[in-house]
Design a binder for this molecule. Structure first.
Ligand SMILES: Nc1ncnc2c1ncn2[C@@H]1O[C@H](COP(=O)(O)OP(=O)(O)OP(=O)(O)O)[C@@H](O)[C@H]1O
Ligand SMILES: [Mg+2]
Length: 505
């Protein structure tokens, strides 16, 4: 029986102080299959796959590779056994070329000298083999995230990986990059490579996988054959309850059309050109566009994180010029950043302090911190966003990826700002928690009179949550739609509209 499986994880348990991350989890990977691993944030997916590389040592259980039993792995043993993991943070060196990264740690040498030309030739072959177009000489830092990931995959294959494990590979990619990655993954499957694929996007699971393993709360729930399962069943198995509506409805009358909270007049800077639009009190304005259209840059201009060249930003009728985020926060603007790893969590610091960070910034003149209030605020958001952790004193680095995101989200909600800019708020967040975030957004505009600017690359989310959508392309506004006009094709057409320099749009 066991020859059929290239990898078996048997009764894996992993304990951390105060947390049992995995309880008796088993799964089997067949040769040449794509096995999806799904579960809510904190379910134990990353921990489980890290036992295969030695990044996590299980408390008990076995890892069986091609019939050979191991109680724990080391990175070297994993590599010798043909296991490669593509983590979310790549291990590449930005200043080196694609070829040099491909041979990192094991360069091709001619005598004592590194043979750059040979490495470039081999890299070319490796990329061609995967049908990807990367110049081996390109510096890693000049490649898009999608191509950097391709170099990681090529590296795994170059090292003869037979089992490829991918932890949320689509999360940082644009939709075109996701398609390219799918092609490569399917190609590898045809060559007999076995793949474990983790994602929160269920449509990807259906397009790609043969079987699905569901984890919940560190426990194995079920293995399904993808073709025989349906999405409601998956969600139910993951969250343990029904989720009937994806986008909670909002009362119509919470928008005050008579009150413009934010107005941009011909704002230029940071790659954006002549951006103008208004957002009303109580409104959720969606900002659509392809990755690179200039949406995050615009958010940075409004938030004082980048300098505008010209134009006017008007908040509640008064022109503002925040020189830095601190000033923007004082003016009542919050930005939940897209790149939460880089602009976000202080990993060594507790959940409680991370959540209160923006509040401290604002109240920095006061020397006394109200510890009761601090705790109450953190507790409130831990519950509302279902942040999975044994207590509020846990350092954020101990949380799962998705739960770290929730902490940053909570920080900006706790800041109690009048205008909240959400940049890709649900990336890497599980279905159940997404719904909580949408409900929170609704609460902000409906009950607390706040105003929201929502940047999202997920078309359904953008259409599901916005009252109005402004579309950007190449740093220009190319379209604006009211809710009754929302249509995926129209938005895509605006988003890919070519903007020629100097032409009015
Ligand atoms: N070093 C650690 N110390 C304490 N607890 C940890 C540590 N690493 C992980 N955990 C806990 O183990 C559990 C599982 O985390 P894991 O990262 O495996 O979840 P995940 O399913 O990958 O979630 P996500 O979808 O958010 O990435 C979480 O409750 C997390 O807080
Ligand atoms: Mg994870």
């Amino acid at each position: 029986m066991s020859e059929e499986y290239v990898l078996q994880l048997q009764h894996i348990r992993k304990e951390y102080p105060g947390v049992v991350a995995l309880k008796d989890v088993s799964l089997e990977l067949k040769k040449g299959e794509i096995l999806a691993l799904i579960g809510e944030n904190g379910a134990g997916k990353s921990t489980l796959i890290k036992t295969c590389s030695g990044a996590v040592i299980p408390t008990s259980g076995k890892i069986v590779i091609n019939g050979n039993e191991h109680t724990s792995m080391t990175p070297q043993l994993a590599a010798e056994n043909g296991i490669a993991i593509i983590y979310q943070e790549f291990n590449n060196v930005a200043e080196l070329s694609a070829a040099e990264n491909l041979f990192l740690g094991r360069p091709i040498k001619k005598g004592f000298i590194i043979d750059k030309a040979a490495m470039e030739r081999e890299a070319e072959k490796a990329f061609e083999h995967l049908h990807i177009k990367i110049n081996p000489k390109s510096l890693m830092k000049n490649l898009t995230v999608g191509y950097q990931q391709m170099v990681e995959i090529a590296k795994a294959i170059q090292q003869d990986a037979q089992i490829l494990i991918m932890d949320e590979p689509s999360a940082p990619l644009t939709s075109t990059e996701v398609e390219n990655m799918f092609e490569v993954v399917k190609h590898l499957q045809k060559e007999g490579i076995s793949i474990i694929y983790i994602s929160h996007r269920l449509e990807e699971i259906y397009r790609l996988s043969d079987r699905i393993v569901v984890l919940r709360d560190g426990e194995y729930v079920k293995t399904l054959i993808t073709k025989e399962s349906h999405v409601e069943e998956l969600i139910h198995l993951m969250v343990g309850r029904e989720l009937t509506e994806t986008y909670p409805a909002r009362k119509k009358d919470c928008i005050d059309k008579g009150k413009v909270v934010l107005e941009l007049q011909d704002v230029c800077g940071n790659g954006d050109e002549n951006i103008s639009f208004q957002i009303h009190k109580g409104e959720i304005l969606g900002l659509g566009g392809l990755v690179g259209a200039g949406r995050t840059e615009l958010a940075h201009l409004i938030f004082g994180a980048a300098k505008k060249k010209s134009g006017r930003i008007i908040l509640n009728g008064k022109e503002i010029n925040p020189g830095n985020p601190r000033e923007a926060i004082d003016l009542g603007i919050a930005l939940v950043p897209e790149d939460r790893k880089r602009h976000g969590a202080m990993l060594g610091v507790s959940i409680k302090n991370n959540i209160n960070m923006a509040v401290y910034e604002r109240n920095s003149t006061m020397s006394v911190i109200d510890t009761r209030k601090e705790k109450a605020v953190a507790k409130k958001y831990k519950e509302e966003l279902a942040i999975k952790a044994p207590n509020l004193e846990q350092p954020v680095k101990n949380l799962s990826g998705g739960n770290q995101q929730k902490v940053i989200l909570a920080r900006w909600l706790a800041a109690n700002s009048e205008l909240v800019i959400f940049d890709e708020p649900t990336r890497g967040i599980d279905v159940g928690a997404k719904y909580q975030i949408y409900k929170l957004m609704n609460h902000l505009v409906e009950k607390e009179g706040k105003t929201i600017l929502l940047i999202s690359s997920e078309m359904e989310e953008l259409m599901g949550m916005s009252d109005r959508i402004v579309v950007l392309s190449e740093g220009h506004v190319t379209g604006e739609l009211e809710k009754y006009d929302f249509n995926q094709d129209t938005i895509m057409a605006f988003a890919s509209a070519a903007v020629r320099e100097g032409e009015p749009v």
